[in-house]
Ligand binder design. Structure first.
Ligand SMILES: NC(=O)c1ccc[n+]([C@@H]2O[C@H](COP(=O)([O-])OP(=O)(O)OC[C@H]3O[C@@H](n4cnc5c(N)ncnc54)[C@H](OP(=O)(O)O)[C@@H]3O)[C@@H](O)[C@H]2O)c1
Length: 348
């Protein structure tokens, strides 16, 4: 049993990209299990996911669409761990779960407010956060519920070498699409075409994305899975095919600004093209997550989907490694392991 509860608290609203100095390390008491209210569980955390949208959660309150972490509170984060105490009849001590907790060793989670998902006994917490985690599930829902491509369609994915995009593109291949990925380096583009089976890749840092899409897909994009927004979304709008679909998964190009980035120009293309542009959240499909998890596991086991986790070690490294997301320095799903043994073992 640990003697202290380590925390990283948000103490400053970042200006631009989040900095380590926006956080403060704190050691305190482990929460008293007897003080849990009905519906609450106490989770000992072992693995944290760095998600780009956490940068939005660091902003001032006022945007109704996502939470704002109060100054002085531990930073909110998706995590995996083990239930150590429960006042929710659905969970008992020893259960392994993924949930939205915070940057601390022991997080009290209100299971009636936050999603708390059991982890399959045959997978590790790292696997539950990586290939079966929130981003892979988001890719699955975005492709199968929103994008819904037909075999032979051209699918373009932005943020394609990342956690969500790499899975979205591979699901597109399974669905019979011709898949083009957009990513930020030659190495990432090679990874897409050589390791993941994408048909083509565009390095947005050294080429004109709009022209390159036109050269690769002269008949236009049927489905655009967008993780990025901004000028990359604009390039896709200029190339969208008749009856095309734009799946709005994220707007990472704007997360380091406190003000929202503007939407695309030339919306008459969507009018004349009868184009559907639709946003979504993974939580819109909560009831379908068990089925999606089984399907992803089947594809992974059959080698139809490959997944890479970028594992960082140690609770101390949480704020510093978070900064790598906006610099494009993550190779796949960026996870921080804080309890080695629990993170890598299964329950079997
Ligand atoms: N709707 C939902 O329910 C939901 C759920 C999960 C995630 N998401 C969204 O999915 C998107 C991807 O998240 P992820 O966790 O999978 O991250 P990720 O793609 O693994 O990592 C972020 C990547 O974004 C790229 N990037 C960073 N800044 C950029 C910029 N200014 N312009 C273009 N690309 C930039 C970088 O790759 P490059 O080197 O290629 O630039 C970086 O590696 C995010 O927008 C996130 O909010 C949505």
């Amino acid at each position: 049993m640990d003697s202290v509860n380590r925390q990283w608290r948000l103490v400053r609203r970042p200006v631009g990209a989040a900095k380590v100095s926006d956080m403060e390390f704190h050691e305190g008491d482990i929460p008293d299990a007897s003080a849990l209210a009905d519906g609450q569980i106490l989770v000992r955390t072992s693995v944290f996911l760095h998600a780009p949208t956490m940068r939005n959660w660091m902003d001032e309150p006022g945007n109704n669409y996502y939470p704002s972490v109060p100054l002085g509170a531990p930073m909110l984060a998706t995590c995996a761990g083990t239930v150590v105490a429960s006042k929710d009849p659905r969970f008992t001590p020893g259960d392994r779960v993924t949930t939205i907790g915070s940057w601390q060793d022991y997080a009290i989670v209100d299971a009636n407010v936050m999603p708390v998902r059991p982890v399959r006994p045959d997978v590790s917490l790292v696997q539950a956060m990586g290939p079966l985690g929130m981003n892979a599930l988001t890719a699955y829902m975005g492709m199968t519920k929103i994008g819904r491509p037909e075999p032979g369609d051209v699918l373009v994915v932005s943020g394609a070498a990342g956690s969500t995009g790499s899975v979205a593109g591979q699901i597109g291949k399974i669905m019979g699409c011709r898949v083009i990925g957009i990513a930020g380096s030659t190495d990432k583009c090679n990874y897409l075409t050589q390791d993941l089976g994408f048909d083509a890749a565009i390095n947005y840092r050294d080429t004109n994305v709009e022209q390159e899409i036109r050269a690769l897909a002269p008949a236009g994009i049927n489905v655009f899975f967008d993780n990025v927004g901004g000028e990359i979304l604009q390039a896709a709008v200029e190339n969208i095919a008749k009856n095309g679909v734009i799946v709005l998964c994220g707007q990472i190009a704007g997360y380091d600004n406190s003000e929202p980035i503007s939407g695309p120009r030339n919306m008459m293309r969507l009018v004349y093209g009868s184009v559907r542009m639709q946003g979504f959240l993974l939580g819109d499909f909560e009831a379908e997550i068990p089925t999606a998890t089984d399907q992803l596991w089947e594809w992974l086991s059959a080698g139809k989907i490959k997944h890479r986790e970028d594992l960082r070690e140690g609770f101390e490294s949480l704020p510093e490694s978070f900064g790598d997301l906006s610099k494009g320095l993550n190779d796949g799903t960026l996870l921080v392991v804080t309890q080695d043994q629990e993170a890598h073992s299964t329950a079997l």
